[in-house]
Design a protein around this ligand. Structure first.
Ligand code: PTJ
Length: 253
């Protein structure tokens, strides 16, 4: 790994890149994951690289949904595995979720490498690949019969589109984490967290540890008040505001 000085103004961003490159070298992250991350970085930039109010609201609703769920599952791909393994474990423990490997660029060897990698962080990983989500053509149809197959709420960070639709057709509530509020996934999910996963997950762990003692009624009222279309509209407006502000600053300097 290239040594990045902590004093570097883009330390966090550069460290994410290093983790992903390392992930590719280990055969955990797909090469395509680097491209996907680049798209995420661009959106993060124009969101101001911080957790905005609309993301906090979605994170709270997501935690409420996971705490209320009978069988919540966190789906992990090659980017998530290297960016936030510790936080995946903490969130799974706090909300009582299972963790399942579900990847687009699939091979049994890669699944095995990811499983071993995640187990180093104490995660009990589901990766039996013994069930199929009907209606989906990509390798993401291959799931675990104890996990996504029977889940009622699925957290799908850094998703690639058509799976969200199929998960919903199978009656599951989908929580997406995607920095791109315009993506098909963002628009199809029940709850869309427009935030970087490296900020979203630590926030959700903190919320879950507080909210896990709350009553069912209190958690349900969070979901009743939640409107994903409003959240997405606020995310797009947030980008617009940020760009307007920068544009004004440039004009007046
Ligand atoms: O590990 P695999 O084989 O399952 O492959 C994983 C990738 C990410 C390659 C695959 O799911 C893919 O191609 O995804 P997409 O279609 O590029 O979508 C990824 C979305 O995640 C994009 O909309 C990005 O903006 C967003 N994104 C990327 N990095 C982050 C992010 N969102 C939140 N936090 C990030 N760090």
């Amino acid at each position: 790994m290239t040594e990045i000085p902590r004093s570097h103004p883009r330390y966090l961003s550069l460290m994410m890149r290093e983790k992903l490159v390392e992930g590719v070298k280990l055969g955990v992250t797909a090469m395509q994951g680097l491209i996907a991350h680049g798209r995420g970085e661009a959106f993060d930039y124009i969101l101001g690289e911080r957790t905005r109010d609309f993301a906090l609201k979605a994170e709270r609703a997501a935690v409420a949904a996971m705490l209320l769920a009978k069988n919540p599952v966190i789906s992990v791909n090659g980017n998530v595995a290297v960016l936030v393994p510790k936080e995946v474990k903490e969130l799974a423990d706090a909300v009582g979720a299972k963790v399942e490997i579900n990847i687009f660029h699939h091979s049994p060897e890669r699944v095995e490498r990811m499983k071993k990698y995640l187990e180093q962080f104490g995660i009990e990983v589901l990766a039996a690949c013994d069930a199929v989500l009907e209606g989906l053509d990509s390798a993401r149809r291959i799931v675990d019969s104890r996990g996504i197959y029977i889940a009622d709420v699925v957290l799908v960070p850094l998703e690639d589109g058509d799976r969200c639709e199929i998960l919903k057709k199978h009656g599951k509530k989908v929580v997406a984490i995607d920095l791109n509020p315009l993506s098909r996934t963002a628009r199809m999910a029940d709850i869309t967290i427009v935030d970087n996963i490296t900020r979203a997950l630590p926030n959700m762990v903190e919320m879950a540890n507080e909210m896990k003692s709350w009553s069912k009624d209190r958690l349900e009222s969070i979901l009743e008040q939640y409107d994903n279309r409003q959240i997405l509209a606020q995310a797009v407006a947030g980008i617009k505001e940020y760009l307007d502000r920068v544009s004004k600053e440039l004009k007046s300097s």
